[in-house]
Write a protein that binds this ligand. Sequence first.
Ligand SMILES: CCCCCCCC/C=C\CC(=O)SCCNC(=O)CCNC(=O)[C@H](O)C(C)(C)COP(=O)(O)OP(=O)(O)OC[C@H]1O[C@@H](n2cnc3c(N)ncnc32)[C@H](O)[C@@H]1OP(=O)(O)O
Length: 301
Amino acid sequence: MALTVGLRPLTRALLRPWARVPGAALGRPAAGSGDGVRCFGSPRVLVEPDPAAVGVAVMKMRNPPVNSLSLEFLTELLISLEKLENDKTFRGIIITSDCPGIFSAGLDLLEMYGRDPAHCAEYWKAVQELWLRVYLSNLVVIGAINGISPAGGCLLSLSCDYRVLANNPKYAIGLNETLLGIIAPFWFKDVLVNTIGHRAAERALQLGFLFPPSDALQVGIVDQVVPEDQVQSTARSVMAQWLAIPDHARQLTKNLVRKPTADRLLQQRDADIQNFVRFISRDSIQKSLHVYLEKLKQKKG
Ligand SMILES: CCCCCCCC/C=C\CC(=O)SCCNC(=O)CCNC(=O)[C@H](O)C(C)(C)COP(=O)(O)OP(=O)(O)OC[C@H]1O[C@@H](n2cnc3c(N)ncnc32)[C@H](O)[C@@H]1OP(=O)(O)O
């Protein structure tokens, strides 16, 4: 999948040579890891081989305070995923968070609020790109969801092959876009419908449900709920089960199941970008985002 087409200078710079990303170094031993352990990443994305599982990488999102998916963060995630996809030593990735209590707060509202149409278009293209990259990955992708995961964070989780959620009543997962006065795009909706079924998705989307762990498991938006300190070990055991399947058979099957959903976006990416830009630029939508951002500020007191 070509990643650089049509992207503006910031994104192109980030997608160009790995070494240009400050702090990034492919093949450099990880701080605190044994000599010779391959570790690569970027300021906001830490990627390490799982010391206990051959062929598995752990990708930790580290964009404090809430792992919101800014353009720079999306770009770094894309670079890391592309590296992993092309590195034949890896067959699976566990995606998790390095921000306590938060998997990802979803799309970065500041990339959509008060921005010009060109910026919004570039941002949306990167959002599409990340989804396609994760959803269609040849690797086994397991979400070790160790925190709240609304909207874009939920989409990222839903795009994994399997989701393990920490059993903490403070955590919740769902597509809550309507609560912000915005709507989930058709491909977010498609992935949710594929996961929890039409009727449950219809209710969840319209009411902007954020499911706490027990409800999340019951509706099927996650596959397993486990005590917080067992999220990583469970993700690792699940990974072993998925890696026991020959790659070619699993990958072709994944493609068979997921391609029709991805194709719906691939066939109309530009139109989807234009729709997004038109929608997000409306005064009424900008007002809703403003109100929501103010609410987030006031919550702090
Ligand atoms: C035709 C097509 C139409 C398409 C339409 C658009 C489709 C858009 C699709 C997806 C949308 C999204 O993903 S929108 C994002 C949804 N996310 C949320 O609703 C989560 C919002 N955040 C929270 O609820 C909380 O921050 C938290 C529960 C995640 C964490 O709470 P906590 O108390 O720990 O932290 P704070 O609330 O104090 O937040 C700290 C800091 O971060 C800022 N913040 C939080 N979330 C975001 C975000 N998503 N984007 C940008 N910034 C965010 C928050 O404002 C605080 O900032 P300050 O410290 O500066 O006050």
